[in-house]
Ligand binder design. Structure first.
Ligand SMILES: [Fe+2]
Ligand SMILES: [Fe+2]
Length: 217
């Protein structure tokens, strides 16, 4: 399959698997106003540091220079998101003095185990960043319902443009590198698996937090 038609097919597959995650967030926005905005921002904080570390870990072990630089730049962007969210939490009165980076979780364990460039681009930039962009829109709607315009502004002006750029860059890089049947099949497998693990992890976290509008990274 040509890289162009492969990507078209992969976009459709990703959108189909992403729909339930987005739908769950939209549904929970219609329910009673439960959920703790601070707890959700803490989820964002953990996600941002996890993805910053992931992209940083992939940088030295990715030989293709354009992908290496994409990961390095992403690591910097995600560290910036961490700081924005941390500053917002502090402004809301949260003491982050004892903050500890989060422990292992199944999604990042899986991603960290990906060893080829195509797998990493498919799982990280292309899929994880698409999830992030989509779920952050729900999180912003949740904040907006709560009257937290400042958090919405931070996401709208700084975080979302980065997540969207990461996702687009992932698509471009996949189009460049996933050119054979093997790498295309493997890409599809990774996209499906990341969405599967993320769906399960988010459902579990949503149950714990009482709301399905968790932000991504
Ligand atoms: Fe981020
Ligand atoms: Fe991101």
């Amino acid at each position: 399959m040509t890289a162009g038609s492969f990507l078209q097919e992969l976009d459709a597959f990703k959108a189909e698997r992403l729909a339930p995650i987005v739908g769950a967030g939209q549904t929970s926005l219609l329910g009673p106003a439960s959920g703790d905005a601070i707890a959700l921002l803490r989820v964002a904080l953990a996600n941002e540091i996890n993805v910053a570390e992931l992209a940083a870990a992939w940088t030295p072990t990715t030989p293709e220079v354009d992908v290496k630089i994409a990961f390095a730049r992403q690591a910097g962007d995600e560290a910036g998101h961490f700081q924005l969210v941390a500053d917002r939490l502090v402004a809301l009165g949260v003491d982050l003095g004892g903050f500890q980076p989060p422990g292992a979780n199944p999604l990042f364990d899986y991603l960290r185990g990906l060893s080829t460039t195509v797998e990493r681009v498919a799982g990280g930039l292309y899929t994880l960043e698409s999830i992030a962009y989509a779920v952050n829109e729900n999180f912003m709607a949740f904040c907006s319902q709560r009257g937290d315009a400042e958090t919405v502004r931070i996401y709208r002006e700084y975080i979302q443009p980065d997540e969207q750029r990461h996702q687009r860059l992932g698509r471009q890089l996949l189009e460049k590198y996933a050119t054979g049947p093997e790498s295309q099949a493997r890409s599809r497998e990774v996209v499906g698996r990341v969405l599967e693990i993320a769906t399960a992890a988010r459902a579990k976290a949503a149950e714990r937090l009482g709301i399905d509008c968790l932000p991504g990274c």
